[in-house]
Ligand binder design. Structure first.
Ligand code: HEC
Ligand code: HEC
Length: 260
């Protein structure tokens, strides 16, 4: 448990390397990089039942990227889902989970994004087709900015934060209601939602051992010897595989904790 506390303290000064780890687990590159495009320069299409949404250019280009942004603008985008001009973002950008990122972690992410090479990229219009559900109306019903309430057990708290907030596992693994809101009472119970239908990963369903989880989060291999594909591959490769051992262990504890 001690390393987790040490990590929390040691990470307080903005650190691009910590930011890179967080960005990897958060899948920032996967949604903000087009198939044949420069890393983080945007253009990747996310096809949902509410329309097609494009990850934007996160490189420091002043015209088409985040060159003119401040760290506070990034904090607002990730935790409030709003642009510097206060336009609301579409929730294909999973700020519904990122809303609980700590200020410190946004600082690390910001430090990391500043290290990217600026790339001039074409801006894409978002193509929403959400009949009857305006974005402001949707936000009133489905999006509430909320702080992280720490759990008493620091390791479990760290695990919960990495799973629920940074790793946003539920954005793919939790079923959604008619307006696309996560059904929190069925957390991680599996979802058939495009673009990444994802299986039920609750402990009572998977019945994985600690070793099964560790192998999976380190190399993507399941107990039957198959490797995770589809939307899951990058979560392991860029995310959980690169985390410090203590963070992976904390995530596993949370993932193996009985569902309420
Ligand atoms: C599941 C896909 C997905 C992931 C993961 C994701 N984003 Fe995005 N992001 C989007 C989409 C889609 C938009 C555009 C939303 C809109 O314009 O309404 C967006 C918009 C943004 C914006 C606003 C940019 C602008 O020019 O206004 C920022 C900043 C951003 N994302 C940062 C991040 C960071 C940092 C991460 C990782 C911590 C991340 N995103 C992870 C999909 C994603
Ligand atoms: C972008 C969507 C997405 C995110 C985010 C995501 N997953 Fe997945 N996950 C999937 C998909 C899709 C599969 C199925 C992969 C396949 O069929 O090969 C999967 C498979 C899995 C499996 C294998 C289960 C089985 O029985 O096959 C586990 C375990 C898992 N994910 C855990 C996690 C954890 C833990 C996180 C958060 C750190 C996470 N996932 C985040 C999409 C996602």
């Amino acid at each position: 448990m001690v390393p987790v506390l040490v990590v929390g303290v040691a990470w307080a000064t903005p650190d691009a390397e910590v930011g890179a780890l967080l960005a990897g687990l958060a899948g920032c590159a996967s949604c903000h990089t087009a198939a044949d495009g420069a890393p983080y320069a945007g253009g990747y299409a996310i096809e949902t039942r509410f329309g097609t949404f494009y990850g934007s250019n996160l490189t420091p280009d002043p015209e088409t990227g985040l060159g003119e942004w401040t760290e506070h603008d990034l904090l607002r985008a990730l935790t409030r889902g709003r642009s510097p001009k206060h336009h609301p973002y579409w929730p294909a950008f999973p700020y519904t989970s990122f809303r609980r990122l700590t200020d410190e972690d946004v600082g690390h992410l910001w430090a990391y994004l500043r290290t990217l090479d600026p790339v001039v990229a074409e801006e894409r219009e978002q193509e929403a087709n959400a009949p009857g559900v305006g974005l402001w109306g949707w936000r009133r019903v489905a999006f509430h900015a909320r702080d992280w309430k720490p759990l008493d057990d620091p390791e479990l708290d760290r695990g919960a934060y990495l799973v629920e907030v940074v790793g946003h596992c539920g954005e793919c693994h939790t079923p959604r209601n008619g307006i696309g809101q996560l059904k929190r009472k069925q957390a991680l119970a599996g979802s058939d939602e495009p673009p990444h239908p994802a299986p039920d990963i609750r402990p009572e369903t998977l019945k994985w051992t600690l070793g099964d989880w560790d192998t999976f989060l380190t190399m993507g291999m399941m107990p039957d010897g198959d490797f995770a594909g589809s939307g899951m591959r990058h979560v392991v490769r860029d995310g959980t595989a690169k985390l410090p051992e203590a963070d992976r262990a904390a995530m596993i504890r949370w993932l193996m904790a009985p569902t309420e």
